[in-house]
Design a protein around this ligand. Structure first.
Ligand code: GDP
Ligand code: MG
Length: 453
C-alpha cells in the first residue's frame, strides 16, 4: 500500500509532537529524512526499537528527534511504520511532515491509520469505531465502554450469533441441495428453538444500546417547579457555576437554559425552566408553556419544592402532571424550618430528596435517585457492546430477518424461504463486524475520525 504520513498529536504547541509514517516505504522515507547520531542505519533497525538523531530535509537540519520503528505486521496499522517524536512546536512538526511528504509519503486522510489497521485485518470494524470513542471519552463509564468494544466484545457477540446462523444455514443447504443423500431431515421444532436463542441474543444486544446511549449522550433532565422555589440555584449548583439568573423576583427565568452536567458516572443534559404557574403575563406564559413541554419530553424530571412553606395550588397542579417513575421530588431550602407537608409528596413520589441549593447540601442524593431511575448499575458499563447507530441498525435488521424466519416456520412455509431470510440476517451480522462491507460504509465510518489516528 502507498506510504502515508500525518502529525498524530493535536494541532497545538506541546512538549512532544509525533509524526507517523505508515506503508511499504515507511522505513525508506524515515531513512531519507532522519539520521541517527550513532552511525546506525535506519533501514537495519528492528521493530520496536528507537534511535536518537536528526530530522532533516535535503541537508537542512530541522530538529533532534527520536525515531521509533515498527515492522509489519507488528504495528498499529499492520504495515511498516516509523514514528518521529520531535519537540512539540507546530512549525517543527509541520516541517518534518513536509520533509516526509517530499521524500515519498502522501498525506494521510482522516482515520487513515485506523482504516489500514481494519483493512489489514488487525481489528474488526467495531473495534475501529471504538478508537474514536476512546479518544472522545469524557468520563470513566464512557472509557470502560469503549475499552470493552476495543477488546472486541461487539465482534464476539455478533460472531456467536452469526456462527449459529451459519450452522443452521449449512444444515438447510445440505438438506435442500442433496435431497437424495441420507442427510437427517431438518426438524422445524429444533430449528425454531435454535432461532429463538439467536433472537434473544440479538434482542439483548439492541436493548443495551440504550444504556450506552445514556452513558454517551446523557439523560435529558428538566428542573421544574413553581417560581422562586430555587430551580435556578439548583441548576447553578449542579452545573458548577452561575449560568442561570437567580433572584427572589418570581418569573426571572423565562427561557430554557441548558447545560451538560456530569453527576458521578452519569451525564445529564440539564434544563432549567421557567416557573410553572398561572400567569396573566403574556411573555411569561410563553416561558411556562415551554417549561411544560420540556417537562413532558424529559427522560428525568427534577421537581423542586420550597420546603420552607406549605404546598401551593401551583405545586399541586405540577404534581398532577408528574409520573412517579421518572420524577425526583426535591425539597429545597432545608436550611430553613420545614413547613411543607411531606406526607403529600410521599404519596406521590418514590424518589424524595432533601437539599439546600443555597448551601450546596444533599446534592449527592440527587445523583443516587438519578442512578435508581435509569437503572444504571456499574456492571452495565462492561456489558454494553453496541456503540452507535450503524451497529444498532445492523443488529435490528438481522433481528428482523430472524423474526420473519421464525414466523415463516410457524406458518409451515417452505424451508427455501426460511433459508433466504436467515441468509439476510447472516449478511447483516457480517456487515456489523466489517467482514462483508461496501466501500461506502467504510468511508462513512472513518469520516468521523481525526487526521493522524
Ligand atoms: P427559581 O425561580 O425557582 O429559579 O428560584 P431561584 O433559584 O431564582 O431562587 C429564588 C430565591 O430562593 C433566591 O433568593 C434564592 O437565593 C433563594 N434560594 C434558593 N435556594 C435556596 C435554599 O436552599 N435556601 C434558601 N434559604 N434560599 C434559597
Ligand atoms: Mg429560575
Amino acid at each position: 500500500m502507498s506510504t502515508v504520513a500525518a502529525i498524530s498529536t493535536p494541532n497545538a504547541v506541546g512538549g512532544i509532537a509525533v509524526i507517523r509514517i505508515s506503508g511499504d516505504d515507511a522505513i525508506g522515507v524515515a531513512e531519507r529524512i532522519f539520521t541517527p547520531f550513532r552511525g546506525k542505519n535506519v533501514g537495519d533497525m528492528n521493530g520496536y526499537t528507537c534511535a536518537y538523531g536528526t530530522a532533516h530535509d535535503s541537508g537542512e537540519r530541522i530538529d533532534d528527534c527520536i525515531l521509533t520503528v515498527f515492522r509489519a505486521p507488528h504495528s498499529y496499522t499492520g504495515e511498516d511504520t516509523a514514528e518521529i517524536s520531535c519537540h512539540g512546536g507546530l512549525f517543527v512538526s509541520r516541517k518534518i511532515l513536509q520533509a516526509a511528504l517530499r521524500h515519498g509519503a502522501v498525506t494521510a486522510e482522516a482515520g487513515e491509520f485506523t482504516r489500514r489497521a481494519f483493512l489489514n485485518g488487525k481489528i474488526d470494524l467495531t473495534q475501529a469505531e471504538s478508537v474514536m470513542d476512546i479518544i472522545s471519552a469524557k468520563g470513566d463509564a464512557e472509557l470502560k465502554m469503549a475499552e470493552n468494544l476495543r477488546s472486541g466484545a461487539a465482534f464476539r457477540a455478533a460472531k456467536k450469533c452469526s456462527d449459529s446462523l451459519l450452522r443452521i444455514l449449512s444444515g438447510l443447504a445440505a438438506w435442500t441441495d442433496y435431497p437424495d443423500e441420507d442427510i437427517p431431515e431438518v426438524e422445524p421444532d429444533n430449528l425454531l428453538s435454535e432461532l429463538l436463542k439467536i433472537k434473544n441474543d440479538l434482542f439483548s444486544l439492541v436493548k443495551n444500546y440504550d444504556s450506552g446511549r445514556i452513558i454517551r449522550e446523557g439523560v435529558s433532565t428538566a428542573i421544574v417547579g413553581r417560581p422562586n422555589v430555587g430551580k435556578s440555584t439548583l441548576f447553578n449548583c449542579l452545573s458548577g457555576f452561575q449560568r442561570s439568573i437567580v433572584t427572589d423576583i418570581a418569573g426571572t427565568t423565562r427561557d430554557v437554559i441548558e447545560e451538560t452536567v456530569r453527576l458521578g458516572d452519569i451525564t445529564l443534559r440539564l434544563a432549567d425552566t421557567a416557573g410553572i404557574h398561572l400567569t396573566d403575563d403574556v411573555v411569561e406564559e410563553i416561558g411556562v408553556e415551554i417549561a411544560r413541554k420540556t417537562l413532558e419530553s424529559a427522560e428525568i424530571v427534577i421537581a423542586v419544592f420550597d420546603g420552607s412553606c406549605p404546598l401551593t395550588t401551583d405545586d399541586f397542579e405540577l404534581i398532577s402532571r408528574l409520573k412517579s417513575e421518572n420524577s425526583i421530588a426535591v425539597i429545597n431550602k432545608t436550611d430553613k424550618n420545614i413547613a411543607l407537608n411531606e406526607e403529600v409528596l410521599k404519596k406521590h413520589f418514590i424518589h424524595i430528596v432533601y437539599i439546600s441549593a443555597k448551601e450546596n447540601t444533599g446534592i449527592n442524593n440527587i445523583q443516587t435517585a438519578v442512578s435508581e431511575i435509569i437503572g444504571l448499575r456499574p456492571e452495565i458499563f462492561s456489558t454494553v457492546t453496541v456503540a452507535n447507530e450503524r451497529q444498532k441498525m445492523c443488529i435490528e435488521n438481522a433481528l428482523d430477518s430472524v423474526n420473519q424466519a421464525v414466523n415463516a416456520i410457524e406458518c409451515g412455509e417452505l424451508l427455501d424461504a426460511v433459508n433466504v431470510l436467515l441468509d439476510d440476517a447472516e449478511q447483516k451480522l457480517l456487515e456489523l463486524t466489517g467482514e462483508k462491507i461496501t466501500d461506502a460504509v467504510v468511508d462513512e465510518v472513518f469520516s468521523r475520525f481525526c487526521v493522524g489516528k
